[in-house]
Design a protein around this ligand. Sequence first.
Ligand code: IPD
Ligand code: CA
Ligand code: CA
Length: 269
Amino acid sequence: MIKQSPLIVMMERAARRAARGLLRDFGEVENLQVSRKGPADFVSQADLKAEKVLREELEKARPEFGFLMEESGATKVGDGRHRWIVDPLDGTSNFLHGLPHFAISVAAERDGELIAGVVYEPLRDETYWAEKGIGAYLNQRRLRVSARRHLREALIATGVPFLGHGDAASHARYLVEFGKVMECVAGIRRWGTASLDLAFVAAGRFDGFWEHNLGPWDMAAGIVIVREAGGFVTDIAGGHNMLKSGGILAANDHLHAPLLQLLKQPGTA
Ligand code: IPD
Ligand code: CA
Ligand code: CA
């Protein structure tokens, strides 16, 4: 049985505490679908409450850490070396529509390097976690990226731009990319929770994942998990500027290069 480090133990504990409220609120969301006002305000409150719980738990355990949290932005610098990067509710649109696919994402960064990640899926009570040099796990099970070598066998996840997410030029560029990938692979999936898309690459369920315009909180934990599962992660240009550029391509070691090549078509770099 793998023994989690104190860092991972406390990250998972914080995520589980925040998940209790999300689970209660998700039950309520189904009832609100039929109300005239809809569940939008209720869901943003659920999001804020989860962020508050995470912040309190993480701060109590590691007061020296700074924060980058989706809802409140960068609100604390801390010792300047350590930082939490947190998405209290990833998959908000799914949550809002009563679709059972969302997660809490918590990453730890030290001196600008991602060192640990936890992606917790409340509805399945599943924790994807990884620590630099220790490996990636789903609860107690070691994770490995898939071994598929050919794009024609690959199932690739993506995120489709939407209203307010990227400009018209980036939407057009995405359609070119989508067309190129679509022609070469066994299937494309859009599940709407980037942290879980990455966790699923680590688990070998998806063979790759790409998306533009993500926030650091969408991908930080997932990046550590994919890397520790033996996968490759870059930005869309093949560099390592994922958190700043907002673009990400994660895949197993055989498929990363061919996918990058497809995404690098003229006008898509
Ligand atoms: C979103 C999800 C989604 C991705 C969006 C993100 P949110 O995060 O990760 O999969 O396509 O780009 O903004 O808003 O649900 O936390
Ligand atoms: Ca998110
Ligand atoms: Ca979110």
